[in-house]
Design a protein around this ligand. Structure first.
Ligand code: BG6
Length: 446
């Protein structure tokens, strides 16, 4: 591999400190980075290499590869000089990570272009990618003026979660569910993303975004694509993307309600009279031959009574015959536990020992923790490594982003209609018969 410059723009920010530098440090320890590389932090703050390393808590052998440059002007020469100093020659690849506020994405991309990075560098962009369809299109256009699509890596960190990657494996590497994965057998699909934390120190950002832009437009719609897409003809990123696009084109939000947690208005950075939703419950449909008629529910919220992301697939009720004459047997369910406690639970009916005719619901659990000794890598390790290797499978294309905006933009004004108290789950406002995800709490968790 050629020497590699990994440039982090917005290097003094939270994302760089909490996620990017720690992930790169682990990749370094595991010897996954090219033998010659530098990590160049870049920002407006003045730093020496030493003060930057100290502020970001970078130490040990990895720290020797971490350098700092104030501002983008002259960055190209700075990188070339660094590689020469290290005896790595003049040829190197560049990967630029924009860990920046979205308001400066376009301006920064054109500065990078002027510095001459557009011809060869890869650009990694964090969400949020626009605030609606129009702004996403404008942003895409600006980035594409300088960087070609194949070198733009748009991050959705949910795609790099191990349990999310396992969705396609579960579906397409096991024969048993394939023929049942459609509207003939499945009654409904439930996606649940709850967090006990509120907006914390991101009040100003969140108040402009709200839960739908923050969680649904990207992470949860991506989960829905993975659950519902048809099998791709190969595992290439392009073939997978094509199948996701088919789903996005057929997706529609049918009903949606929003709420806001009681103390939201006094959070730092939030307008006291804000109507930004921190909770949403919605019903969607995917109008394809496979999914037409299957309701899909998404529920997402901040300041919830518990933290958990789960996807539940509820199969149809049994007919009232044989063991189910009294209609008491619960329908089968497949629960993908994305976090915490990664795993898959299959709910099925089983005979109660000894009791004549007694049938109860039993679980079959697959827990990562019990099955594999490997540690589950943090999402950013995987994303950074894939970007280094040029693998786009876990990144989102401009078309996917625009189609997802098209879906959520149809909801219109995302304003909260009710307020809720953080310790109590807001009851369903859409009359949704939610899978009781509480039941799986603790399963596979440490
Ligand atoms: C981010 C959202 O994209 O995802 C946050 O902006 C949210 O609001 C976070 O808390 C959730 O990520 P995870 O990995 O903790 O589930």
């Amino acid at each position: 591999m050629k020497p590699l410059a990994i440039v982090i723009l917005g290097a003094s920010g939270n994302l760089a400190r909490k996620k990017l530098l720690p992930a790169l440090s682990i990749l370094h320890q595991r010897k996954k980075l090219p033998s010659s590389y530098i990590v160049a932090g870049c920002g407006r703050t003045e730093h020496t290499n030493e003060s930057f390393r100290a502020v970001l808590g970078v130490a040990g052998e990895f720290a020797e590869s971490v350098v700092y440059k104030t501002g983008i002007a002259g960055l190209k020469k700075f990188l070339a000089d660094e590689f020469l100093k290290r005896g790595a020659g003049e040829e190197y690849d560049t990967m630029i990570f924009m860990a920046l506020p979205p308001a400066v994405f376009e301006k920064t991309a054109s500065e990078l272009c002027m510095e001459g990075f557009g011809k060869t560098a890869r650009l990694v962009v964090e969400k949020p990618f626009g605030t609606d369809l129009e702004s996403a299109k404008t942003l895409n256009r600006s980035l594409l003026e300088c960087f070609p699509e194949e070198r733009i890596f748009r991050i959705d960190h949910y795609l790099a979660k191990e349990a999310v990657q396992n969705i396609l494996v579960f579906r397409f590497a096991n024969m048993i569910f394939d023929s049942a994965w459609n509207s003939s057998c499945i009654e409904s699909i439930h996606i649940n993303a709850l967090e006990t934390s509120g907006v914390e120190d991101r009040g100003a950002y969140f108040d402009n975004a709200g839960i739908i832009r923050d969680m649904v437009q990207n992470h949860l719609i991506q989960l829905l694509c993975l659950i519902t897409m048809d099998a791709p003809v190969s595992l290439s990123s392009e073939d997978i993307r094509q199948q996701k696009l088919q789903i996005l084109r057929a997706m529609r939000i049918d009903k949606c309600v929003c709420g806001q947690y009681e103390k939201y208005g006094i959070e730092r950075g939030v307008q006291p009279d804000s109507t930004t939703p921190t909770f949403t419950e919605m019903q969607l449909s995917v109008n394809t031959m496979r999914w037409s008629g299957v309701p899909i529910y998404i529920r997402a919220g901040k300041s919830m009574p518990r933290t958990g992301t789960e996807i539940g697939i509820r199969f149809k009720h049994l007919p009232r015959v044989l063991f189910n004459e009294n209609d008491e047997i619960e329908p089968n369910k497949v629960i993908f536990k994305i976090q915490p406690g990664e795993g898959i639970v299959i709910d099925m009916a089983s005979k109660i020992p000894g009791r004549e005719g007694g049938v109860a619901s039993a679980n079959m659990n697959f827990c990562y923790r019990d099955t594999f000794s490997e540690q589950i890598p943090e999402a950013y390790q995987r994303l950074l490594l894939d970007a280094v290797n040029g693998d786009k499978t876990l990144f989102v294309s401009s078309e996917e982003i625009e189609l997802a905006w098209k879906v959520v933009d149809k909801v219109g004004n995302y304003t909260s209609k009710f307020s809720y108290e953080g310790r109590v789950m807001p009851g369903t406002r859409l009359g949704i018969d939610w899978i009781d995800f509480e039941r799986y709490k603790g399963v596979c968790e440490i």
